[in-house]
Each structure stands twice: as structure tokens, then as C-alpha cells.
Design a binder for this molecule. Structure first.
Ligand SMILES: C[S@@+](CC[C@H](N)C(=O)[O-])C[C@H]1O[C@@H](n2cnc3c(N)ncnc32)[C@H](O)[C@@H]1O
Length: 468
């Protein structure tokens, strides 16, 4: 708490943390009269504005501030409060109810906004701040709470189905282990109505909309007792029998719209040929979750990691940074993967879309060194027979260069990947061609490339190996 005198231009009236619908003009006028009569009021309370550097926002004293502002001084006495992460709206509400209770609708709206901002906030805290009983607050929030609890159950369902150990789920979702176990026991209750809807003939997308969940979750319930071939049929994916896997587009039912998203069909084929139901998949750079969604439907366990923090939307992808200067295995315990599906950034492609710490920001030599050390780390943390599916594309620097003039300097090609895989202890068994779709280039670009005799890259590979 610090007293200060700051100019009006530095103070913002932030409606988002004002618990009343309107500023009471009559009250402001009374304050104006009192100030003119020489009455000194308490300083207003402000905090540093979290979103606007150099500015402050009012926590208490909007009427006094309005009155002083109308009278004309350039600055005002304030007390600068550090809420240390406490909810600013509730703090303001707690101060506001001193002089005058909030109206019913104002109290309700304040409670709901505070809850939406932080669903883990206690009823007692809200009730104390807005001056209403716990029962009333519970009533204000009942519909929001039901939706929130269902969202949490959906997250738990995903993580448990994917075989993420309970202590990690508890830590990620910030739910004590005992209440987590209790919720897990009741998950079958949550899936019952979904199964009923499926038997009644509702479509997967209709049901997903109804329960506000991803289609992959409904598909996983639909496919629960099916074998892999039946799952392929159910998804309407043709099964590729030879080592050339091509799809012109991703299946939108799997993963989020993510830079470098791969087709779920590709992951489905890796799972089909190189793993079995119940196996543990490790997905070290999970991105938008195509691998984990596909594993969910194909009944594989899956531990995914990515440096991007996407905890609210996809807690099943754990935030983890593979530090090129200090590579470490993220999980404790003896469990080893049955298969690793590694889909890294293809060198600097999409580097503008990823975090600056992404390996796509490395130089060619550092990228190659990272891949080598990373493949070694994966090998050290695998068991005899663990499969390794490494997905990557050729990278050639052909921008504006006709094929005949291209230099191989700095190119990263399949022989580099094969060498790295071999040198890090993996025994290679298959090279599958899974080309990038060329359909995404428009006719104008294609014509320009042809004119200059530029040879584009669509070569992408899935290199399969195993630990001897
Ligand atoms: C090609 S994308 C993966 C896309 C994913 N398979 C999908 O279909 O949604 C590569 C991912 O690697 C992540 N990444 C890059 N460098 C990383 C690092 N050092 N540690 C952790 N993740 C990293 C990026 O954030 C990006 O999401």
C-alpha cells in the first residue's frame, strides 16, 4: 500500500472491475458540493493496470474520482494497492458495499464474472465480497458450475483414457488426488447418455455439440470395443496397404487448427502397422493434438508434450520445453514407451508461427545437432523393441533458384535423417513416403515455378526404426 499523487490522465475507469451497472450521478454531485465546501475525502484506491503499462485503474472511489475530475485539479491523491493476484472485481465489490449494497442484478453479475474469470474461486470469498449469503451465491452460479464441472470431467476423461498417471492429472488440473479418484469413478455416468445418443442414431458431430466436447471423444466412445480395422471403417478412412501414404487434407475431427498439423490418417496408419491397442505412445512435440486425439480413438495410451502452454484447452498435452542445451526426460518412473511418434518442426518451416524457443529457430547445424541428441535421449529412455516413428520432410533452399543451380549446401535430406537415426542407436526398418499435399499451391505459384524451372519439395517421410 503506497500513498501517491498522480495525474488524472494516468487513471483509467475500468468497467470490467466495477461491480455496479452505473455510476450514481446524484452521489457524484453531492461529492462535488462537499469538495467545494472544503471537505477532504479519503484518497481513492488504485492498482497498476495489468494490461496498460504506466496506467492505474480504480479499485475504490469512482464517485470521488468523478467529482474531483469534474472540479478540475490535474492530479488526485491515491493509495496504490498491490492485490498480489487477488481478484480485482471482488476487491472493488467488497469496497463498494460499504456505503451502499449492490443491487440484486449487480451482485449476480459480479459473482458470475468473478467465477468465469476463476472457476476455482471459493463461494465464501464471493459471498463475503458481494454481501450475499453462500446459498444465494450458489444459486447465482448453479448453471455455470454445472457447465464447468462437465468441462473438467471431459478433461479428466481424456487424460485418464490416454493413460496419464493420476498424480500427473491431479497436478495438471489442480485437483486433489482424492477428489480426482472420486470423479474418475463417476466417469462412466458421464459417458452413459452419450452412448444412448449414439444408439439413438444421432451423429457424432451433433453429440459433440450437445456435450460441448471434441468429436474425437465421441468417436472414442463409439469405437470402444472395435478392432483397428473396424475403427478405420468407422472413420471412413481407406487403409493404405503399401508404403506410400498420401492425403490431400487433414481430418478436422482430430487435433486443432495448428501450424504444421499432420493428417490424423497418417498417425492412424503408424498406429495400425506399428502398435497395438493398449500400447503407450510418446509424442514429444504434440502441437495441436492430432496424435493424442487419434490415440484416444484407437485405444492407445498417449503422453504428449509441447513447449506451447495450452493447458486450458488441451491439458493432455503437457507443457514441456526440450532444451537443446540441457536435454532431460520429462517424466519420472520406469514406464517406457511402446512407440514414439516424433513430428518436429521441419527445420525453419512455420518458424514464424511457433514460439521463439522452438527448434525451428535454430541454425541448420544446431537443428541437426538437436535431432541427433534428441534421438539419442529417446533411445536411452526406450525399452528393447520400442518403435520409433520419425516424421520429417526434405528441406532444400530452392527459393527463386532453378533446380539446376541449386546448391546442396545447408540442405537437410533423407540421408541426413537416416544417418542421425542410425548413429543414435535405432535400427531402421521402413521408409514410408507420406508426401506433403501439393494441392495447396495455387496455379499462379505453380506457373511461376515452372517458368523458372524451380523444383518444389513435397517429400515427407515416416522413418520407422526400433531399439535392438
Ligand atoms: C510440426 S508441429 C507438431 C504438430 C502436431 N503433430 C499436430 O499435428 O498438431 C511441431 C511442434 O513442436 C513444438 N516444439 C518445437 N520446439 C520445441 C521444443 N524445444 N520443446 C518442445 N516443443 C517444441 C512446437 O511448439 C510445435 O507445436
Amino acid at each position: 500500500m503506497k500513498k501517491s499523487n498522480i495525474s488524472f490522465s494516468e487513471i483509467i475507469f475500468d468497467k470490467n472491475i466495477y461491480p455496479r451497472f452505473q455510476v450514481d450521478r446524484k452521489r457524484v454531485d453531492i461529492f462535488i458540493e462537499n469538495i467545494k465546501d472544503g471537505f477532504q475525502f479519503e484518497p481513492v484506491e488504485v492498482e497498476k493496470h495489468p494490461g496498460k503499462p504506466g496506467k492505474f485503474r480504480i479499485l475504490d472511489g469512482v464517485h470521488r474520482w468523478s467529482a474531483y475530475k469534474a472540479i478540475g485539479p490535474k492530479s488526485i491523491d491515491v493509495i496504490i494497492i498491490d492485490l498480489k493476484g487477488d481478484n480485482a472485481l471482488l476487491y472493488s465489490a467488497g469496497k463498494a458495499i460499504g456505503p451502499k449494497q449492490l443491487l440484486e442484478d449487480e451482485a449476480r453479475e459480479t459473482a458470475r464474472t468473478a467465477y468465469k474469470n476463476n472457476p476455482q474461486i471459493s463461494i465464501a470469498k464471493i459471498s463475503q465480497s458481494i454481501g450475499r449469503s453462500s446459498r444465494t451465491v450458489t444459486r447465482y452460479l448453479s448453471d455455470l458450475k454445472a457447465v464447468y464441472e462437465q468441462e473438467v470431467d471431459i478433461k479428466i476423461y481424456h487424460m485418464i483414457q490416454l493413460g496419464i498417471p493420476q498424480e500427473r492429472v491431479s497436478c495438471i488440473l489442480d485437483i486433489p488426488q482424492r477428489s480426482l479418484s472420486h470423479r474418475i469413478e463417476k466417469l462412466s455416468e458421464m459417458t452413459k447418455p452419450i452412448k444412448t445418443d449414439l444408439t439413438k442414431g444421432f451423429s457424432v458431430s451433433q453429440i459433440a455439440k450437445k456435450y460441448n466436447c471434441r468429436e474425437s471423444m465421441i468417436l472414442s466412445i463409439k469405437c470402444v470395443n472395435k478392432n483397428d480395422i473396424e475403427i478405420f471403417k468407422s472413420l471412413k478412412w481407406g487403409l493404405r496397404t503399401w508404403d506410400y501414404w498420401h492425403w490431400s487434407s487433414c481430418d478436422d475431427r482430430f487435433g486443432d487448427d495448428w501450424p504444421g498439423r499432420i493428417p490424423a490418417q497418417l498417425i492412424g496408419h503408424i498406429l495400425f502397422f506399428f502398435s497395438k491397442q493398449g500400447d503407450l505412445v510418446i509424442d514429444p512435440m504434440g502441437g495441436g493434438g492430432v496424435t493424442s486425439d487419434t490415440c484416444l480413438v484407437f485405444n492407445r495410451k498417449c503422453w504428449s508434450f509441447d513447449l506451447t502452454d495450452n493447458k486450458d484447452k488441451r491439458p493432455e498435452i503437457e507443457k514441456y520445453y526440450w532444451d537443446p542445451n540441457n536435454l532431460k526426460w520429462p517424466v519420472k518412473g520406469k514406464t517406457k514407451p511402446d512407440i514414439i511418434i516424433f513430428d518436429p518442426p521441419y527445420f525453419d518451416k512455420k518458424s514464424d508461427d511457433y514460439d521463439t524457443k522452438s527448434i525451428s529457430s535454430l541454425s541448420v547445424s544446431d537443428y541437426m545437432r538437436f535431432l541427433k541428441e534428441f534421438c539419442l535421449l529417446l533411445n536411452q529412455n526406450s525399452k528393447k523393441g520400442t518403435r520409433f516413428a520419425f516424421i520429417n520432410a526434405d528441406w532444400r533452399n530452392f527459393q527463386s533458384t532453378s533446380a539446376i543451380n541449386e546448391s546442396t549446401e545447408n540442405a537437410i535430406l533423407i540421408d541426413d535423417y537416416l544417418r542421425i537415426i542410425k548413429e543414435s542407436g535405432w535400427q531402421r526398418t521402413h521408409i514410408i513416403q507420406a508426401p506433403l499435399p501439393s494441392e495447396r499451391f495455387n496455379a499462379g505459384v505453380v506457373a511461376a515455378m515452372q517458368k523458372k524451372r524451380i523444383l518444389g519439395v513435397t517429400s515427407r517421410y515416416v522413418i520407422i526404426s526400433f531399439k535392438k
